[in-house]
Ligand binder design. Structure first.
Ligand code: ZN
Length: 383
């Protein structure tokens, strides 16, 4: 999975919180177990202006100025909600001066890189959107993910590697500074946002299917449990039904053979039992009918309760300027040199796929380059 996907762990919570608070103009002083956040008076946020202490992880009771920072904490959840409502935008440049990224098929290979030279040809713009994905069924299953999706602003090309670079560069350790606000107009951002959302949903479809299957199985077993309970009830009612029937037979016998007094008594009793019997008949008929049609109402109710609810909310939108061009890798293998020229982008890395010159297999980190003595040859060809 190359998609930039992050489950909501403590470090993700901290990264997001820092990124978000800084983007709206707050300052943060960090120490090991807590942060002190200053929210200037003119900051447009739900968080109260002034100074707050954010305690990392669990423990420490909360009060007006001390808040806990962890995946479940009210403060973090409020921050996510606020980000979802306003989707603040920022801008980041990924310069070509940054280290050239060597692809896995060279890194893992048996050939040395003597030099690497990137020649940028043109500037491009991409946007990275950080989405919050909430997956829940009304019953119990709930998952939350943060996912970054990057698309080129002009071609809408999916740039998974750029999304990863964005997360790396804006992590706490990297401390990259945002270069102001995004210049993208709303009407330009809208189609990109939609494209990114589609890519995101495609990327998590498999996971959604799995959760959906799990929820269906839970619903199936609940339906089955209900069916068995109703079957048992039918049996009990049938027994009662046949008891009543033999009691009525006994009374009829008495009516035919008994004296006047007991006949009157038996007639009255039989009348009562007969109406009871008819009522039971109706109940049973109704139950049989519901059983034969598979208890549709109950099924619908159960399935609705187990259905999936997927909410996708864009949290932040970052415009990224990057460069595209070509990279020359100067490879050396013993006393043989060869320069390989490949499409490259800053923050994206090598954009071309390269195939083994002998077997045509795509070179990858699992099947890297082994030798350049006879073209670029993969490991499986030379073993
Ligand atoms: Zn090969």
């Amino acid at each position: 999975m190359t998609d930039a996907s992050i489950t909501v762990t403590q470090s993700v919570v901290e990264q997001f919180t820092e990124r978000y608070l800084r983007s709206i103009g707050c300052s943060i002083e960090r120490s090991d177990d807590h942060w002190v956040v200053s929210v200037p008076d003119d900051t447009d946020t739900e968080i109260t202006h002034g100074r707050h202490t954010l305690v990392r992880g669990e423990g420490t009771p909360e009060d007006d100025s001390t808040k806990r920072l962890n995946p479940e904490s009210a403060f973090f959840q409020r921050l996510l909600r606020e980000a979802g409502e306003r989707s603040p935008s920022g801008k980041l440049s990924i310069e070509s001066e940054s280290d050239i990224e060597i692809p896995g098929w060279i890194q893992n290979g048996a050939v040395e890189v003597q030099g690497a030279q990137f020649t940028p040809y043109y500037d491009r713009t991409a946007i990275v959107i950080l989405f919050r994905v909430g997956i829940e069924t009304v019953s119990e299953y709930q998952q939350e993910l943060l996912r970054a999706v990057a698309v080129d602003a002009r071609s809408e090309e999916h740039l998974p590697r750029l999304a990863e670079s964005f997360l790396e560069r804006t992590s706490i350790e990297a401390n990259e500074v945002f270069a102001g606000n995004s210049q993208l107009a709303k009407e330009e951002a809208r189609p990109l946002l939609d494209a990114a959302r589609d890519l995101l949903l495609d990327g998590i479809q498999h996971r959604l299917d799995e959760i959906h299957q799990e929820a269906s199985r839970a619903a199936d077993s609940e339906v089955e449990e209900y069916r068995q309970m109703q079957q048992q009830r039918i049996q009990e009612l049938q027994e009662e039904h046949s008891n009543l029937s033999s009691k009525i037979d006994d009374l009829s016998e008495k009516i035919n053979t008994g004296d006047e007094d007991s006949r009157v008594q038996a007639l009255r009793e039989r009348k009562e039992l007969k109406s009871e019997y008819e009522e039971l008949d109706e109940t049973l008929d109704e139950l049989w009918e519901r059983r034969d049609s598979g208890f549709p109402e109950r099924q619908r109710e159960i399935r609705e309760r187990h259905s999936l609810d997927v909410k996708v909310t864009p949290l932040t939108l970052t415009e990224i300027e990057y460069e595209r061009g070509e990279v020359d890798f100067e490879l050396i293998d013993g006393n043989i040199n060869q320069t390989v020229t490949l499409g490259y982008g800053s923050g994206i890395g090598v954009a071309d796929t390269v195939r083994c010159s002998a077997c045509e297999q795509e070179l990858s980190e699992h099947n890297p380059i082994q030798t350049i003595s006879n073209g670029l040859e993969c490991r499986s060809c030379t073993e």
